[in-house]
Design a protein around this ligand. Structure first.
Ligand code: GUN
Ligand code: ZN
Length: 441
């Protein structure tokens, strides 16, 4: 039996971060910029990357080179926290977290009991990720297993590496959205068996947050994690002050919010906690000791008035962090817009977020937070060929600003501060172009 090898050859200006780092100041030394570069991939995997002059002789005769002379090519963006069922409710007015959930979120999520509805929104959602240059995401579905089926099926159509899971929630939510401790366990287990490791799909055990799970349900979630150690855990932590006070009332025997998750075996190197805006000192230590990761979601934290995330602390405490859009509390699918708000959140705390540090968090740092830095995040040989072709000047204003850029870092910073989905020229998944901007995109 002969197998067909799909080879892709892409030429252009490439920018990535070569290695993971322990401190922000080390990032600068890891920046790799190839002015006229070539990336060759075979069956989705990077086979060669480097200067065009050196690599062009390796291109098989029948392969056509896709040349982007005017763009900038970076690794695909990684979104470490997003809710696909909340796509339609972005920009819901006036409430902070707990009221926002009851007023807008739960009614929206109820619609996902209908598989046809879930499929329709899942297809829209995946398209929106591609349109924004996001090639991997860690995604909340709803309590309904059919919402997970819909999302993984949509991701599979593009061979996209996605991590997702069914929400576990057995109290403090409408009956129609509640499962039970045992039901959540058995439904999640069936979904793990069905989807985890199938193609590029990976599963995340997804208790919504401590207030909507009984201790029995969190215990079942922990059992599941012990049975399947390489699946993820994905939940929310320390987002809002009223939420934190509520968790302390509900779980008085634990030493704070994070300790609830730790107690039930839900911390670890494949555990991702969204927000962590108000962690206490001992919780930062616990995040480090358990090798757990944070999803920093600036547009959401500002939109819901949750607070200012101290990004610098992740370096001080050696805690893994990625960027999350947190749609639909977040206000944009776009990682450039997410970086804009991340920058401002740091400014308000007297800290600087450089362009290259932001690029790191959006790509290789995000991959590390998802324990996928061996597969994603840069152009190293053997990694999966997910990348984005960026247009630096899709508007007259950006054209003017770019014409005044003082070198690469300033150019990338201006792109980040002014960019949005108009800057996404093309998105490649597993070596194939999955999105190309058109006039009407
Ligand atoms: N905490 C519990 N559920 C949610 C949610 O859907 N969005 C956000 N931002 N925080 C949460
Ligand atoms: Zn969220």
């Amino acid at each position: 039996m002969s197998s067909v090898i799909a080879t892709t050859a892409v030429r252009g200006r490439f920018l990535d971060i070569q290695n993971t780092v322990a401190q922000a100041r080390e990032i600068h030394d890891q920046v790799r910029y190839v002015e006229d570069g070539l990336l060759l991939s075979e069956n989705g995997i990077i086979q060669w990357f480097g200067p065009w002059d050196e690599g062009q002789r390796l291109i098989p005769e029948q392969v056509q080179v896709q040349h982007y002379p005017d763009q900038l090519i970076v690794p695909g963006f990684i979104d470490t926290h997003i809710h696909f069922p909340q796509t339609e409710m972005i920009g819901a007015y006036g409430e902070q977290l707990l009221e926002w959930l009851n007023t807008y979120t739960f009614p929206t999520e109820m619609q996902f009991s209908d598989p046809a509805y879930a499929q329709k929104i899942a297809a829209f959602f995946v398209q929106e990720l591609l349109k924004n240059g996001t090639t991997t995401a860690l995604v909340f579905c709803t309590v309904h297993p059919q919402s997970v089926d819909a999302l993984f099926a949509a991701a599979e159509q593009h061979q996209m590496r996605l991590i997702a899971g069914k929400v576990m929630m057995d109290r403090h939510a409408p009956d129609a959205l509640c499962d039970t401790a045992d039901g959540a366990y058995s439904d999640s287990k069936a979904l793990i068996e069905k989807w985890h490791g199938k193609g590029r799909n990976l599963y995340a055990i997804t208790p919504r947050f401590a207030p909507t799970s009984t201790p029995e349900q969190l215990a079942r979630a922990g059992e599941l994690k012990a049975e399947y150690p390489d699946v993820y855990v994905h939940t929310h932590l320390s987002e809002n002050k009223n939420e934190i006070a509520w968790v302390k009332e509900l779980y008085p025997e634990q030493n704070g919010y994070l300790d609830v998750y730790r107690h039930y075996g839900l911390t670890g190197s494949r555990s991702v906690f969204a927000h962590c805006v108000h962690l206490e000192e001992h919780e930062w230590d616990c995040m480090h000791q358990t090798d757990s990761a944070i999803a920093f979601c600036p547009t959401s934290n500002l939109f819901l008035g949750s607070g200012l995330f101290p990004l610098k602390k992740t370096w001080d405490k050696q805690v893994k962090v990625g960027l999350g859009t947190d749609i639909g509390a977040g206000t944009s699918f776009n990682q450039l817009q997410t970086i804009q708000e991340a920058y401002k959140v740091q400014q308000l705390q007297g800290c600087k977020l450089s362009a290259f540090e932001a690029l790191y968090h959006a790509t290789l740092g995000g991959a590390k937070a998802l324990d996928l830095a061996d597969k994603l995040g840069n152009f190293n040989l053997g990694k999966e060929a997910d990348f984005v072709v960026l247009d630096l000047q899709p508007t007259a204003l950006q054209q003017l600003r770019q014409s005044r850029a003082k070198g690469l870092e300033d150019s990338v910073f201006a792109l980040m501060m002014m960019g949005d989905d108009r800057n996404i020229h093309a998105t490649y998944i597993y070596g194939q172009r999955a999105y190309l901007k058109t006039a009407t995109a």
